[in-house]
Design a protein around this ligand. Sequence first.
Ligand SMILES: [Zn+2]
Length: 353
Amino acid sequence: MRRIVLVVALGLLAFPAMAADKLVLPPPPFEVERTRSDPDRPARPHAKRYKGEIHDTHVHLDPQHPGEPATDLDEILAVALKNDVTRLSVMPTPNEGRMGKEGSGAKQRVKLREKSQGSGVQVDVRCASDYLSVWMDEDSKPSKDSADKKFARLEADLSGGICRGVGEFGLFHFQKWGHQAVIDYAPRFEGFLRMAVIVADHDMWLDLHAETVEPKGKSREDEVFGLVDLLFQRHPDLKLILAHTAMTNPKNAEALLRAYPNLMFNLKLVTDHSKWRNLEPICNEQGELYEDWAQLMEAMPDRFMIGTDAKFGRPRSPTRKYRKAIKGVRKALGSLGIDAARMIAWDNAERVF
Ligand SMILES: [Zn+2]
């Protein structure tokens, strides 16, 4: 009997994560708006295209796909430069870790960064999602040893001078279309919180993908907003970016921005709404910003940045797609006041990174 007690006690010491399975999240500090927005609501017509420089703060570069021709890194830099995107922040997708060690694109991203020197495009690298997101999702009770190794690697990466932040971290990533892999590990948040401590200690940015509603409509808003609240309670200075405008409606988005002065959003124009069910696209299917989003961006222009979510390194001409995406961004920015447009396109990212 004594032995069993001892083993249990040692187990709790070794796996603090188990205790945290019961982690209680605070309620969101605002009334959550649970009505899904009308996709046919008024939108702002495109006006003259925005012409200034762009920092695209959220793009992906995949590892080399087996059987595919090598990714032409110069082509990525060339298409960025040609479209006056002079800074790119590249990072793994939340699901990159599914492809195992060989499937990590970390080396490619570092190579792109090296190549970018002197090219006219500055490339910053974000890291760690490839070895943390999927692992947290799949390994609900990691051994102390494996957890320590992962977090030691994160410490080393954030201290190493190349990785300039963590992303794109997956918390909830549902099957929105096709065969997208699912990430859903609530409420086992302990590993996530441990990661956040390290990010906060290093004064780095965390770029987080957390879907607030499942494709069939089940709300996860209390979990996402509760977790965000807990993060800021514990680390009031945490630098957090919610990817894709937090994937919630403009009312909740505004409440989040007002509640947490350090919070930023990156924005992506999703024109195929069938691939973004219940995740509140900010534009209609013609790429025009919804009026409510445009007004929020003009009211709080210092809180948004561009994040096209481009997927370089994949087959089927990602550079051609990128040209189109940036054209869409310029059209949408052009419909905003010029000061807001410039802040969102460039100034905010310069300020925060
Ligand atoms: Zn994402």
